[in-house]
Design a protein around this ligand. Structure first.
Ligand code: FE2
Length: 198
């Protein structure tokens, strides 16, 4: 697995790694059409416009994130780049979660069961105030649950490597679950084949 910081993601809309209806009814084709085709695509188009003719043009999404994180005058660029990264990783996470394997779940030293981990991730996703993301990461080799606001990413900190992400922006669930973020998260986490993710 390539570390997040070492990825070289171009500023493009990637191919969706599964069919639009592959996650239905957990996530409907209609949600994917809007989420991937409209929201994700818009982040790509906006970022392309923002970096056109600047020294960030031609850089990878990771390089743009690292160069703009925490800089007030680059907030818009950071937000769009990080949203591209997070959505790419969301589709990758869901694609992994679709696969059935004979592998055993590796809890990487987590102090609890897989159900405990799912409950902790669900709680983080549910309690993230406003828009954001819930993540499973390896932090110095140990499994941890983190949540981030808006477009923020955890992997620019040393020793933090993301394994799985849950989008908790309303656009991720409003068509299928209306305002019930908790139901979306629980349904999704129960659907994922964790032996493929961990
Ligand atoms: Fe999203």
């Amino acid at each position: 697995m390539t570390n997040a910081k070492d990825k070289k993601t171009p500023v493009e809309l990637p191919k969706l790694p599964f069919a639009e209806d592959a996650l239905a009814p957990v996530i409907s084709a209609e949600t994917i059409q809007y989420h991937y085709g409209k929201h994700h695509n818009a982040y790509v188009n906006v970022l392309k416009d923002l970096i056109k003719g600047t020294d960030l043009e031609g850089k990878t999404v990771e390089e743009i994130i690292v160069a703009t994180e925490g800089k007030a005058d680059k907030k818009k660029i950071f937000n769009n780049a990080a949203q591209i990264w997070n959505h790419n990783f969301y589709w990758e996470s869901l694609a992994k979660g679709l696969k059935k394997t004979d592998k055993k779940v590796d809890l990487h030293g987590y102090a609890g069961t897989l159900d405990d981990l799912k409950a902790e991730l669900a709680e983080a996703a549910k309690t993230q105030f406003g828009s954001g993301w819930a993540w499973l990461v390896l932090e110095k080799g140990k499994l941890a649950v983190v949540k981030t606001s808006n477009a923020e990413v955890p992997w620019t900190k040393d020793g933090v490597e993301p394994l799985f992400i849950v989008d908790v922006w309303e656009h991720a669930y409003y068509i299928d679950y209306r305002n019930d973020r908790g139901k979306y998260v629980k349904t999704l986490l129960d659907f994922v084949k964790w032996e493929s993710v961990l």
